[in-house]
Design a binder for this molecule. Structure first.
Ligand code: ADP
Length: 161
């Protein structure tokens, strides 16, 4: 059984992420989406909320599982028989950042691999941070994210969060 993981903050998940999930899931027996707790002071959504949104937005992909983890990605992978990390690339800047991480992981754990998938050009400018920025000013970011994110933001607004 070939298992891969797409790790990330997904705060919030965007249409660019979903496209990578769909394409990566077709290449492996099982794709795990791993939500990690970022150190940013004020995330838009809690880890639990992000997991719930991701489960809803990936329910159409049969071999996807959404989990959260707090420790080292490689520890999680070894403990759960996951052999490959999938990361989406939007630009050379993404690549430069990812290259270092992938090489450190390869040096420490030669049995683990990282693969990169180029995003579709129409998603190259979409990032969670842009969505958070627009949302913080009450702007319209509907074209960048799945419907479930819009509903979750509306729910937060109603609760005055
Ligand atoms: P991180 O906090 O690790 O940067 P993100 O949640 O921002 O996590 O992104 C997770 C993964 O998705 C990363 O590999 C990132 O490069 C990729 N990604 C982010 N935005 C897009 C996009 N618009 N299209 C394709 N991949 C993307």
């Amino acid at each position: 059984m070939k298992r891969a993981i797409c790790p990330g903050s997904f705060d919030p998940v965007t249409n660019g992420h979903i496209d990578i999930f769909e394409r990566a899931a077709s290449m492996f027996d099982e794709l795990i989406i791993g939500v990690f707790n970022n150190v940013r002071k004020k995330p838009m959504f809690s880890v639990e909320e992000r997991v719930a949104i991701l489960r809803e937005t990936t329910s159409h992909i049969a071999n996807v599982q959404v989990i959260s983890f707090g420790g080292l990605l490689t520890d999680y992978m070894i403990a759960n028989d996951v052999s490959c990390i999938v990361r989406g690339l939007r630009s050379v800047t993404d690549f430069e950042y990812e290259q270092g991480n992938a090489q450190v992981i390869k040096a420490a754990h030669p049995q683990l691999d990282t693969i990169f998938m180029l995003c579709r050009p129409e998603y190259a400018y979409i990032s969670s941070s842009v969505v958070r920025e627009i949302a913080s000013f009450g702007g319209d970011f509907g074209r960048f994210v799945p419907e479930a994110v819009l509903r979750a933001v509306a729910q937060c607004d109603k609760q005055g969060k």
